[in-house]
Design a protein around this ligand. Structure first.
Ligand code: 5AD
Ligand code: SF4
Length: 472
């Protein structure tokens, strides 16, 4: 088991398709030992997996480096969700090729969803790759590294029904010591027809809630103030053991909220078919459970939703929105939306725009449909919407979202919010930034506030992306 009292330097570069890329650096730098260069792409779950990988590598005596050229081992944790995510990784591999030409002993490993999707084929396609490791095989990294030491190629892409890495304490990479992410479940059983995740991350499994509570308690002891519970579909969290009552997601939320009242709890992602009123009522009962729900709609038309295998209708989704608005009147709602799915007509696209208006999303991640090999949609439906039509529909979706985000922020002008200070704002060191419960970014003159403080901020103006105010 590894320790959270990490003493080496861990460096990782995070590129997120949805969010902007970041450079992450562990505060303490150690200049000894073997060096790991770790780059991570994709969703927050991948970022958390990189923290598990960093923990395993730390136990093997590795310290991470920001310098690719200095590395003994180069790991790239990959994403397969859309084709452009994979293209970015291919681009990076060609940069790694130049580094390896100068340092032939360098071991290059591809981790994560692309490793799982392409398996041993990746070794043929990308000759420089020495190691291919799927998302459930990270504990095998020490053995795999040993194999590459003998000059062999090493592959482990076995998916597991049990692995949750519950016994590994992640090394917190590049964070600010205030916010942390805790994985509560892995995999997905939903089989949305467009999505490659059930194939790359395998069957859904929940993590022992006691290990979740322990990890969060540890984070509290280290001074963390906010934890985001992560899973592909958190609402189907389920833990059962002989001799004790089963634990569902609402129960888990309550257990986490009770650990420490000054610790904020967030979670992502919720599937509209699984989020229950019990979860909403639990959110209402605990002020430290943040009032923000990421509830991806994907599309607004029932027939498109059926082809997507989302298992809910337009009306069912709208009912969920109504329940949230009733039980949690001040809750932010955010979404994922896909433009130009197979067979989508112009009228069906209009249904997406109208459900966005109905739901009044505060924020959305918006994508053009990208066919993924092996998915249900790739097998069953033709990717028949021309690229220019997809682009136009996506820009209409983005336009609606920008208007909704601005309107939502304008409604907050004049209100006072509790904000958790994350640190200096991007634009000026005179300002601090942090989020309110609704996960909106708030910027304000820093005054005496420190990173990790809760401050009350009166919102005086806004942009589409940010609330601007002052401490009161
Ligand atoms: N094409 C476009 N977007 C996709 N997503 C998942 N698969 C695809 C795909 N093939 C989006 C969905 C999902 C988010 C994480 O990525 O909106 O919720
Ligand atoms: Fe993919 Fe659907 Fe699972 Fe989300 S719920 S990971 S979109 S299959």
């Amino acid at each position: 088991m590894s320790s959270n009292q990490f003493s080496g330097n861990v460096f990782s570069k995070i590129h997120d398709e949805e969010r902007q890329g970041e450079v992450l650096l562990q505060p303490e730098i150690k200049e000894t030992g073997k060096k790991l260069y770790l780059e991570s792409y994709g969703c927050q779950m991948n970022f958390s997996d990189s923290e598990i990988v960093a923990s395993i590598m730390t136990d093997m005596g590795f310290a991470t480096t920001p310098q690719l050229e200095d590395a003994d081992v180069v790991f790239i944790n990959t994403c397969s969700i859309r084709d452009n995510a994979e293209q970015k990784v291919r681009g990076r591999l060609s940069v790694f090729r130049q580094a390896k030409a100068k340092n032939p002993n360098m071991v290059i490993g591809v981790l994560g969803c692309m490793a799982e999707r392409l398996k041993a084929k990746l070794l043929d396609e990308e000759k420089l790759v020495d190691m291919v490791v799927g998302p459930d095989a990270y504990k095998d990294i020490p053995n795999l590294l040993e194999q590459t030491g003998g000059g062999q190629k090493a592959v482990n892409v076995l998916l597991s029904r049990e692995e949750t890495y519950a016994d590994i304490s992640p090394v917190r990479l590049g964070g600010n010591g205030v916010l942390a992410f805790v994985t509560i479940m892995r995999g997905c059983d939903n089989m949305c027809s467009f999505c490659v995740v059930p194939f790359t991350r395998g069957r859904e499994r929940s993590r022992d809630p006691r290990t979740i509570v322990r990890e969060i308690q540890d984070l509290v002891n280290q001074g963390y103030k906010e934890v985001t519970l992560l899973g592909q579909n958190v609402d189907s969290f389920h833990w059962e053991e002989e001799g004790s009552a089963p634990v569902n997601f609402a129960n888990l939320l309550e257990m986490c909220a009770r650990i420490e009242p000054s610790l904020r709890i967030r979670f992502s992602t919720s599937h509209p078919k699984d989020i229950t009123d019990e979860v909403l009522h639990t959110m209402a009962r605990f002020p430290n459970i943040c009032k923000c729900i990421h509830l991806p709609v994907q599309a607004g038309n029932t027939e498109v939703l059926r082809r997507m295998n989302r298992t809910y209708t337009r009306e069912w989704y709208m009912d969920k929105i109504r329940s949230i608005r009733t039980i949690l009147p001040d809750c932010a709602i955010t979404s994922d939306i896909i433009a130009g799915f197979c067979g989508e007509t112009e009228a069906q696209h209009q249904d997406t725009l109208s459900i966005m208006e109905f739901s009044q999303y505060d924020f959305s991640y918006m994508f053009k449909y990208s066919e993924r090999p092996g998915t249900l949609a790739a097998r069953k439906y033709e990717d028949d919407i021309p690229e220019d039509v997809k682009s136009r529909r996506l820009s209409e979706i983005i336009e609606v979202q920008h208007r909704l985000s601005l309107a939502s922020n304008q409604k907050d002008v004049g209100k006072v919010f509790e904000v958790l200070v994350e640190g200096p704002s991007k634009k000026t060191a005179e300002d601090h930034c942090g989020r309110n419960s609704q996960n909106k970014m708030v910027v304000f003159p820093k005054g005496n506030s420190k990173k990790g403080d809760y401050v009350q901020v009166l919102v005086e103006s806004c942009t589409q992306a940010t609330l601007i105010g002052r401490i009161v």
